[in-house]
Design a protein around this ligand. Structure first.
Ligand code: ZN
Length: 408
């Protein structure tokens, strides 16, 4: 990267450098363990002109998302949240059988299925072919493509303009975000609404959520940097909410800039808040890397101590953030026996980098490790609630961030 992907300015300043890392979702099968594993630089920088935090070198999206295995429906809480959102927006925008709702990065249809159940026509766009097939199989028609301005033009003429476009955890993922925003502007009806959810850079920094930094995440937005980007594509922020999901996200509502309409008071309030918190300047990010290093030292010491006392340790959540944490802190087979995950597509495979085996969640009850490192800390309440039986057997969960602590 030689200039900011958002505004084109040069002179990006460093935020954190995690060194060379494997792709966080590139799980290995057994034969692959003997082959060399590809690694890529993983570092974040800050643009002093538009305040956009971004990865210094991006990886071809085809490599990242073509064989994507994360199923949104594997979290009951996500599905319930999606249902509540669909119900609310159908009511708020008076959607009906002649409306059209799209989702970009629609995954397995976890969100659009709720609109469909309410009688609203839906169309998903999801580049991972296996996951798009799951969605279509459950009655959510899904185009398996990377969304772009060209795809938007085709959808607008074949399916129709959008009353609502959802893009959850998408704008952070696409290196050519300008073309995706152009496509959204093309696809939106004149009075249509864009609803975006994206992790909030403030939670990343304040909550030491460094394990949400991986190659799939090109951008780490503030409302300030998002507003600059949107206005360059003819889009305007009209409302914003803060969500607890993924360690802290923004839900941002937008419309075509040409459509006019009022802006909710929360938008101005949050923009002012970002200025007073210093998020728009590099100084805010300066201590982040050192604080992450200290967290790693503390967590490793804790795990080494447990191991010395003869404790058996497993980990929960073979997700990208787990890969990042294990590799960044060098936590491998000397400390952790295995990782469990609910997603059957991951079971039997191995974690990138540290090569820990991924096993079914039920193994917590047969093996009963003394401690489970909760890599999926973003769904801690849900996991701990589901694992009552393991806790009754004397197990404990160790949550790694923002500082290591036991639950259960
Ligand atoms: Zn910039």
């Amino acid at each position: 990267m030689t200039s900011c992907r958002g505004c084109g300015a040069s002179g990006a300043e460093p935020v954190i450098d995690l060194g060379r890392q494997p792709l966080a979702n590139a799980y290995l099968d057994e034969p692959a363990l003997d082959r060399p594993e590809a690694t890529y630089p993983l570092a974040l920088v800050f643009c002093p002109r538009c305040s956009l935090v971004q990865i210094s070198e991006s990886v071809d999206p085809q490599l990242l998302f073509g064989d994507y295995r994360y199923l949104s429906s594997s979290s009951d809480a996500f599905v319930e949240r999606a249902r509540a959102l669909a119900t609310r927006l159908v009511d708020r925008y008076r959607l009906n059988a002649s409306s059209q709702v799209y989702e970009i990065g629609s995954n397995d249809g976890y969100l659009l299925q709720h609109y469909r159940d309410l009688g609203i026509p839906v169309r998903g766009v999801e580049p991972a072919k296996a996951i798009a097939r799951v969605a279509t199989g459950r009655g959510v028609p899904t185009l398996s493509e990377f969304f772009s301005s060209a795809v938007a033009r085709a959808l607008r003429s074949d399916v129709g303009p959008a009353d609502v476009i959802h893009a959850n955890n998408v704008l952070a993922h696409v290196p050519d975000v300008h073309d995706v925003l152009r496509g959204i502007e093309i696809l939106l009806a004149d009075d249509g609404t864009l609803v975006v959810e994206t992790p909030y850079v403030r939670n990343l920094v304040d909550g030491l959520e460094f394990d949400t930094i991986y190659h799939e995440h090109v951008y780490y937005y503030s409302l300030t940097s998002l507003a600059a980007l949107w206005s360059a594509s003819g889009l305007r922020i009209v409302d914003v909410e803060r969500l607890p999901v993924h360690g802290g996200s923004l839900r941002v509502f937008g419309r075509k800039a040409s459509s006019g309409g009022a802006q909710g008071p929360e938008v101005g309030a949050l923009l002012a808040d970002e200025v007073s918190a210093g998020i728009v300047g590099h100084a805010y990010y300066r201590s982040f890397a050192a604080r992450v290093d200290a967290l790693g030292v503390g967590l490793r010491e804790m795990l080494v101590g447990l191991r010395k006392d003869g404790r058996r340790i497993a980990a929960y959540g073979a997700a990208a953030k787990g890969t990042v944490l294990l590799n960044a802190f060098g936590i491998g087979a000397d400390l952790i026996d295995f990782v469990v995950d609910r997603n059957p597509m991951k079971q039997g495979l191995y974690m990138p980098g540290q090569h820990l085996p991924i096993r079914p969640v039920e193994d917590l009850l047969t093996e009963v490790p003394d401690v489970v490192l909760l890599l999926a800390w973003n769904v801690a309440d849900e996991v701990v609630g589901q694992q009552e039986a393991y806790l009754r057997h004397g197990g404990r969960f160790l949550v790694p961030v923002p500082e290591p602590h036991f639950v259960g």
